[in-house]
Structure formats: structure tokens, C-alpha cells
Write a protein that binds this ligand. Structure first.
Ligand SMILES: [Zn+2]
Length: 341
């Protein structure tokens, strides 16, 4: 009788232990579902992947990227923390096709790992789709893309590689009222002008004042400006401080340079330290403007810091660009390939 009781007790204990471990396992450690790559974008020597995020503790992802579709010897494996669900692998070879796959790994409270099925393999050929590259080159880089006619694209790119022809003329140009200007007869695109007037009014209500000292420029104006820089500052400096005709953003009708009396109307980065310059940096995105040539981004934009040069891109892009500290080039590079050119 006593012996039977002990056996029953042992049986109950074993049963309840295994029941407990089953319920713990079913809580969060079932085999995770097959993961899928939701986007795979090639760039300049790089491949960026994204996949769905899995909620829960102790989630990690395993990513494999290889130039070989069987993911054999050259496969690069990444184990990522569950807070990430994207990865960019750089230094890849342009023209080479790369393959990628991802799976979820969940660890239970006893440290046991549960692996999801690998996602279906996805591949992309790495292409030099980047719209910028080493702009430390002095001189006139080869043109990569020409915008012949204004199609009212607020994200239109003009930089050292993206140009416009000598007869380019933006649509919907309006004259800027003299109260906004340090000179007369300037023009800009209406959409940007309307936004500027709102921004000006908001600043004025805070007791601030700035004026536009440069807006739309023709090809021939830019040619003389550029030649002046070459004559006064030398050829190499001219390329960092000024734009080759046809490659100036002022041709777009969406760019303006601002001055304030608070620093003696000087076109220098002392503008950034004035009340006006600080207010502009903080609030310009609310009106759809960005500081186009930020500090420390010369490698990307090709230009030194210009705290006074604003570009209208619309509110959505402006807010993302300014809040994330991006340049227009970087923002466009994040858009799907083929958006430009
Ligand atoms: Zn400018």
C-alpha cells in the first residue's frame, strides 16, 4: 500500500513537471514562422534588406548574404538583435548578383533556441545607383543625368552630377515682392514662394527678419558667378564654393539664399549663430524647406556648409530630411532605385 502511494506520487510529480515545461514552451518558444524579406534594395556597393519585425522577448534574426546562391563558402552571416529588422551590407562589388535570406531565432527561458524556416531567397544585382559619390574630385564631374524640362518634381535634384541645360526654365515662376528681397526683380517657383511667405510671417511674429539675397538664377548668371569665383579664389576653391553653370540648384527656382541684418547682411555661416539662423534651422522644415548643404556633409553634397542656402522640397521630405540630419542626396538614395534617372 505504502509502495503504491510512492509510485503514484512519483508519477504525479513527473507528469506535473512535464506539463509545466510544455506550457512554458508553448508560451513563446514555438518554432517561429517563416520570415520573409519585405524589401531588398541594391545601391552603390551595397545591399539593404528589410523584413517583418517579430514581437516578443529574446528574438534575434539570422541573415545570410552571399554572391553564391547556395550560401556556401563566401556567405556572410549576421546575427542581429530583435530591435533591428534591417541590414545594409556595404563594400559589395558593382555588377555582381548577391543573394540574401533571413530567419528568426527565439530563445526560451531555459536558453533553448528555436529556429524559424529560412525566408525564400531573394537576390539583386549591385548597381551604381547612388546619386553621389566621391565629390572630393575637383573639376566638373561627368554629367549623369540631365533634367531637360521642369516636371514640377519638388525633389528634383541638381548637384555636381545632375544638371539642367542652358535653356532650362522652371514652370510657374513668380516675382518676389521687394519687401522679401535685398535686391529687385528676383523670381522663384510659386509653390516655394507661397511657403516662404508663410515662413517669413511666422518668423516676423517672433521679431525676426531675414531677406532673400538670391533665388532663381539663369545659366548665364551662374556662368558669370562661377567665373568670378575662379578669378578671385582659384579653380579648386571655386568648385567647393560655387556651382558650374547648369549644376546650380538655383536653376530650379526652388532654392534661396537668406541674409539677416543681425550679422550685417553677411553671406557667411555666422548666419547660423544669429537668432534668425537658429530659428530657420529649427522651423524651416515645417514650411517645406531644408538646409541643403549641412555641416559635415561635403563628401555627399560636394559643397561646404551653407547655413543660408534653403531648398524647398515639400513638408513631408523636409521633415524627414531635417529631423534625421540627411542631405537631399541621402534622402533620394533611400527611395526605391529608379526613382531618379
Ligand atoms: Zn545658394
Amino acid at each position: 500500500m505504502k509502495r503504491i502511494t510512492v509510485i503514484v506520487l512519483i508519477f504525479i510529480m513527473v507528469f506535473s513537471l512535464s506539463a509545466a515545461s510544455v506550457s512554458a514552451a508553448s508560451k513563446n518558444t514555438e518554432k517561429p514562422e517563416r520570415q520573409e524579406i519585405t524589401s531588398i534594395l541594391p545601391g552603390n556597393h551595397k545591399l539593404s534588406l528589410m523584413w517583418n519585425k517579430v514581437e516578443g522577448d529574446n528574438v534575434k534574426y539570422e541573415v545570410k548574404i552571399a554572391a553564391d546562391k547556395h550560401f556556401t563558402e563566401d556567405a556572410k552571416t549576421f546575427i542581429l538583435d530583435g530591435s533591428d529588422n534591417d541590414i545594409t551590407r556595404t563594400k559589395l562589388t558593382n555588377g555582381q548578383k548577391y543573394y540574401a535570406k533571413v530567419r528568426t531565432i527565439v530563445t526560451d527561458e531555459n536558453g533553448k533556441k528555436f529556429y524559424g524556416s529560412w525566408s525564400y531567397r531573394k537576390s539583386r544585382v549591385i548597381k551604381d545607383t547612388s546619386i553621389y559619390s566621391n565629390t572630393s574630385i575637383r573639376g566638373v564631374p561627368e554629367l549623369r543625368y540631365m533634367t531637360y524640362e521642369d516636371n514640377d518634381d519638388l525633389l528634383m535634384l541638381i548637384n555636381k552630377y545632375y544638371g539642367v541645360p542652358s535653356d532650362y526654365y522652371p514652370n510657374d515662376m513668380v516675382s518676389i515682392a521687394s519687401k522679401y528681397m535685398t535686391y529687385s526683380n528676383a523670381k522663384m517657383k510659386e509653390v516655394a514662394y507661397k511657403a516662404f511667405k508663410k515662413m517669413y510671417k511666422a518668423a516676423a511674429e517672433k521679431g525676426l527678419n531675414f531677406k532673400i539675397c538670391s533665388a532663381y538664377r539663369t545659366y548665364s548668371t551662374q556662368r558669370s558667378l562661377f567665373n568670378n569665383y575662379i578669378n578671385s579664389r582659384g579653380y579648386k576653391t571655386a568648385f567647393v564654393l560655387s556651382a558650374y553653370p547648369g549644376r546650380s540648384e538655383h536653376h530650379s527656382g526652388l532654392a534661396i539664399d537668406l541674409l539677416t541684418g543681425r550679422n550685417g547682411w553677411s553671406l557667411t555661416n555666422s548666419f547660423a549663430n544669429t537668432k534668425e539662423g537658429k530659428w530657420i534651422k529649427k522651423h524651416c522644415a515645417e514650411y517645406g524647406f531644408i538646409i541643403r548643404y549641412p555641416d559635415g556633409k561635403t563628401d555627399i553634397t560636394g559643397y561646404g556648409y551653407e547655413s543660408w542656402h534653403l531648398r524647398y522640397v515639400g513638408k513631408t521630405a523636409a521633415k524627414e530630411i531635417m529631423s534625421e540630419g540627411l542631405t537631399l542626396e541621402e534622402y533620394l538614395d533611400k527611395l526605391p532605385p529608379g526613382y531618379k534617372g
